[in-house]
Design a protein around this ligand. Structure first.
Ligand SMILES: [Zn+2]
Length: 324
């Protein structure tokens, strides 16, 4: 199917500095639009895609890495191109057009598809390393106190949110708290040679250059999904070392853990019917912009804070922080 040519809105802020480009909502594409704004603001990813020698890849519209490279590089140039190539490529790979999607599912779908469809394994590893948090899971038997550990990695921090007025710090604290496994959740202890109650927890081994935080705002109860609109505050900058000091493994060795927010994916509406928009920080000026499909506006940090949520308010859903 031929890509339909669309108009791109290009905003300029005073002083001639380029602002950010809006993206036309095409077939309910607000979810993908917000993610493309977020990926576009992740210039480390754009640079890696741009460095990929993709001349041998068939331009048949099925390779998401190629479509992302073409779009993201052009999006930052004087000659932007339509993002319909990406929308059709996602459609060919199972993310249907004309359908509302969940932003965090599509975000990981795109990242995973880039990694599986890209033939340069060194670049694939560099892209994964951008987002990769290495973690150690420990399980301590409550009968004999022996500890088993397992190293793995995450590409984001999925944080559960609570009903009370809460903060990113509270969410991080509860993510790294140990919890008891008992009853059906008992684990096999090699020392006791039976399933025993235990205490399980996660500790960080390394933190990534790009920290993606997912605020888990959807809860499924008896087959019915509802959205949690609770207010969650988050800072523009924070030091992970002092914000979540209980989060680290004894093998954690990084000393600079200062992060700065550069994009917020926002959801308005209910679980069944809603709209995605984005706040992104401009690379050159450092100013915040609000992108609602094709409309873009320069905004202040206090405007971004309106996405903390609360009754009938837009809610931040994904937070993208960059290590300073
Ligand atoms: Zn044991």
């Amino acid at each position: 199917m031929a890509a339909k040519r669309i108009c791109l809105f290009f905003s300029r802020v005073s002083g001639g500095t380029a602002g950010i480009r809006g993206l036309t909502n095409y077939c309910l594409s607000c979810c993908v639009n917000t993610l493309l704004q977020t990926f576009s603001a992740t210039w480390e990813l754009v640079d890696l895609l741009e460095s990929w020698d993709s001349a041998h890849v068939s331009p048949n519209g099925s390779n998401i890495a190629l479509e992302m490279k073409k779009f993201l590089v052009a999006h930052q140039s004087e000659r932007p191109i339509s993002h319909t190539g990406i929308l059709h490529c996602l459609d060919r790979n199972g993310v249907q057009l004309h359908t509302q999607h969940d932003a965090d599912e599509v975000f990981f779908f795109i990242l995973n598809l880039i990694q599986s469809q890209m033939d340069d394994k060194i670049l694939v590893e560099k892209i994964r390393s951008l987002y990769k948090l290495s973690v150690q899971t420990h399980v301590q038997c409550l009968k004999c106190s022996s500890v088993q550990t397992k190293d793995s990695f995450l590409l984001s921090l999925p944080l559960h949110i609570k009903e009370d007025n809460t903060s990113l710090k509270d969410c991080l604290t509860s993510f790294f708290e140990d919890h008891e496994l008992s009853g059906l959740n008992c684990c096999f202890c090699p020392q006791c040679e039976v399933k025993t109650p235990s205490k399980q927890g996660v500790r960080l081994l390394t933190l990534p250059p790009i920290l993606c935080v997912q605020l888990k705002r959807y809860r499924n109860n008896d087959g019915y999904t509802r959205k949690l609109g609770y207010r969650v505050t988050f800072p523009e900058t924070f030091d992970f070392l002092t914000t979540a000091d209980q989060a680290f493994s004894k093998d954690f060795a990084q000393t600079n853990c200062q992060y700065s927010l550069y994009a917020v994916v926002v959801h308005s509406g209910s679980a069944g019917c809603g709209h995605y928009t984005t706040y992104v920080r401009h690379k050159a000026s450092g100013s915040w912009y609000y992108a609602d499909d094709s409309d873009t506006d320069e905004v202040t940090w206090s405007e971004v804070q309106k996405s903390y949520g609360g009754p009938r308010r837009p809610t931040a859903y994904m937070l993208m922080y960059r290590k300073e």
